[in-house]
Design a binder for this molecule. Sequence first.
Ligand SMILES: [Zn+2]
Length: 466
Amino acid sequence: MRLSRNTVTIAALVMSVQILGAQTKITPPKNKYSPQEDVQLGREAAAQVEQQLPLLRDDNVTSYVSDIGQRLVAAIPAELQHPEFRYTFKVVNVKEINAFALPGGPMFVNRGMIEAARNEGEVAGVVAHELSHVALRHGTAQATKATKYEVGTIAGAVLGAIVGGTAGSVIAQGTQFGLGTAFLRFSREFEKEADLEGAQIMARAGYDPRDMANMFKTIEQQGGPGGPQWLSDHPNPGNRYTYITQEAEALHVANARRDTSGFQSVQARLRQMPPAPSTEQATRNAGNGGRTRGPVATSGRISNTVERPSSRYTSYNEGNLFQVSVPSNWQELPGNNSVTFAPDGGYGAVNQQSVFTHGAEFGVARNESHDLQTATDELIQSLTQANPRMRRGSGYDRGTVGGHQGLRTVLSNQNEVTGRTERIALYTALLGDGTLFYMIGVAPDNEFGDYSQVFNRVAGSLKFAR
Ligand SMILES: [Zn+2]
């Protein structure tokens, strides 16, 4: 949905931000989901997050963050209060400077964020910003624009989007398409709304909104693996520091909270603990998330005899993201946040693992390099981590994929479930927003001659929505 949202949201922003007296009036964007669905989706995603990320189980730290959070929740304006929502605050024991909130209220603040803050107001600034995304229902508002994916296919996608990078995309069972990223990565328009709403909530709760702007500066200056992650989920709409400061001046905070003893004792407590791991270290061995790729098969079967690819092709439009034509005897298997096309007998579940032996999967992986070959190298590296028997074969062939500069390479693998040797044709292209699009074609070694041509034809049919 990052591919198609820009024109819509700019128009929405123009209509939704009106100057009302001194404060900027923010109106929630269009949303086809009900608040109840926000709650349900957020709850599913939170359960998954809690399974996979290490929560810091320290009452002092958790209740400190929770107290800040509840103070801010009490300051959410009446028109943005949803009685169904339950705001909860948990601390994740990882070092990246990050925080995220899920629809309906579950919020997770990284230990690294608390460690990097210089005062309580800065912690409150990040929490107020995240709360505003929840109260304005930005996650499902973005999902509203992604027509392809419906309620119920979402939660599995969230974790990979949190972990980020290509490691995250593998944890998210291969891909980042769809709503997992919608819940966490916001448009610049939504960012500005969350900044301004967050500033107003802070002021009503007795915090100085300028601390939010200061925290964003701290994040920008930190660099490293943590800072850019928060920033890539919450891109700077431009002049962020300036407009937050202007809004703060219009808000007149009476009796701003100046008590810092709670903040100092929590930071001291964190310093006594062993250092937090990185998110990637913490999730590397979590579950078997990295072992399976593609959609979770609930039907289908693996067969030794799979019908050859039809010479007739059927065209599919994937959520206004891209179009592709595939052999008409391949079925579409929407995944959590990917899409796979496979023939009968070429996909299924074996020993509760999804297996995919014939066909093609499409997805996008986040990367920070903005360089096609580097991003592709990283993707292969993370695929290899998840599939230890995977080996690189040829080098890269350069060409075009969907009109973008592209790379193609072939890898070999021994399928962990079937034990058969297979070959993987990987096609990649960098999209306009810097994310890496990929197509993975899979076929058993002895059928790869035929399939290689099919994969080329499928890749040649790709058209991106922009
Ligand atoms: Zn944001």
